[in-house]
Design a protein around this ligand. Sequence first.
Ligand SMILES: Cc1cc2nc3c(=O)[nH]c(=O)nc-3n(C[C@H](O)[C@H](O)[C@H](O)COP(=O)(O)O)c2cc1C
Length: 166
Amino acid sequence: MNADANLNLDALNKQALKNAMGCFATGVTVVTTNVDGQDFGMTCNSFNTVSLDPAMVLWSIRRASTNFDIYTRAKGYTVNILAASQQEDAMRFAKGTQEERFDGVDLRRLQSGRLNLVGATAWFDCEMHNVVEAGDHDILIGRVLSFASNGAAPLGYLNGKFVDLA
Ligand SMILES: Cc1cc2nc3c(=O)[nH]c(=O)nc-3n(C[C@H](O)[C@H](O)[C@H](O)COP(=O)(O)O)c2cc1C
């Protein structure tokens, strides 16, 4: 097998792994934080719940993300679980400058100073508990300070596409 064939095989394996991981249906969140008075937000589907008592959650951030240092060093973060009606926000918070992401979005500032996307089906405002290095991502474990939910149908993500979970 020559070097090129090896490269192609690696690429195929990576795609196969992505495809297999994509079989796990998730919700879609926008995770916000505020550092030195500046707001940050990014779309994330690696969110999961961890513990009920104490209430804890997690998500993971790609090491290559522009705002990796911001999120991993922040005092906390807010996870906004998007409603089915917020697919546009899911795309908006996955690219562009931070100003462009928040521009025109209906927002509410929480007591922590972080932003809640109005209309999210649920949100969890968290203080940072622990950051765990894991391959090309870091896992950010948070302790829930406050939360709410409103029963709106959630936005889903499966096989690389937004789906209706309702
Ligand atoms: C549906 C969806 C889910 C995503 N989930 C994650 C995630 O869990 N972790 C992550 O680091 N990036 C995730 N991303 C990508 C980030 O949103 C994107 O890379 C980031 O906002 C790009 O800006 P940055 O490189 O300036 O951080 C996701 C994107 C989409 C569309």
